[in-house]
Design a protein around this ligand. Structure first.
Ligand SMILES: Cc1ncc(COP(=O)(O)OP(=O)(O)O)c(N)n1
Ligand SMILES: Cc1ncsc1CCOP(=O)(O)O
Ligand SMILES: [Mg+2]
Length: 206
């Protein structure tokens, strides 16, 4: 099991129909220094998803980067990923913990609510995620968090804090300064002409 790093860039995969292209882009993100990777896929069939998750996990192992599976503890177990990310409607932390074991990394979406984060921490989450912080084309319309959310969270929580949503090279530093241990990014990484370079720019902010 690759452990959770202290901080850094958390790369999250976009929906990409072609598996070879997805894997190529994931490898470029790993080469660019992403310290955590989430496989998030809202378009593939369960069979495709398993094959992709296994291939992505092999890449992550090569770079010593933990793989987090979005939404789906069963898939995390099947591909032996390091963990799972749960939204507020994606099932309980307790169930995921029972399924994946004590060493699994479990992350939880808390939008802009410190109360949800405190609850998640109490229930054994390994990190909490706040956001979106800015306009996001990947997931528009989710509730907005702000810098005060991060400051309050930093003061109240002992587990790592992830910031997500519309994060770009020019707005990430403020989030890190206010307490984000990880910045989670889809678009500005995976739509870049040079994915590795984009990751290097983000990683250099830590
Ligand atoms: C690191 C991170 N933070 C938040 C989310 C969003 O999770 P969720 O609210 O379940 O929404 P979907 O991603 O499933 O659409 C995330 N995936 N990762
Ligand atoms: C999954 C998710 N949850 C809140 S915003 C978001 C999308 C983040 O993607 P981007 O970095 O492209 O805004
Ligand atoms: Mg989800």
């Amino acid at each position: 099991m690759t452990p959770l790093p202290k901080n850094g860039l958390y790369a999250i995969t976009p929906n990409i129909a072609e598996t070879a292209l997805l894997l190529e882009k994931v490898e470029q993100a790993l080469q660019g220094g992403a310290s955590l990777l989430q496989y998030r896929d809202k378009i593939s069939t369960p069979d495709e998803t398993l094959l992709r998750a296994q291939a992505i996990h092999q890449l992550c192992l090569n770079y010593n980067v933990p793989l987090i599976i979005n939404d789906n503890p069963a898939l995390a177990l099947a591909c032996q990923a390091e963990g799972v990310h749960l939204g507020q409607s994606d099932g309980s932390i307790l169930e995921a913990r029972q399924r994946l074991g004590k060493d699994a990394l479990i992350g939880v979406t808390c939008h802009h609510h410190l109360s949800l984060a405190l609850q998640a921490q109490e229930q054994g989450a390994d990190y909490v995620a706040f956001g979106r912080f800015f306009n996001s084309t990947t997931k528009p319309g989710t509730p907005l968090a702000n810098l005060k959310t991060l400051q309050d969270a930093k003061a109240a929580l002992s587990i790592p804090i992830v910031a997500i949503g519309g994060i770009q090279h020019n707005n990430a530093k403020a989030l890190i300064n206010q307490g984000a241990d990880f910045i989670a990014v889809v678009e500005q990484i995976f739509s870049a002409d040079n994915i590795s370079e984009s990751c290097q720019h983000f990683s250099a902010l830590f």
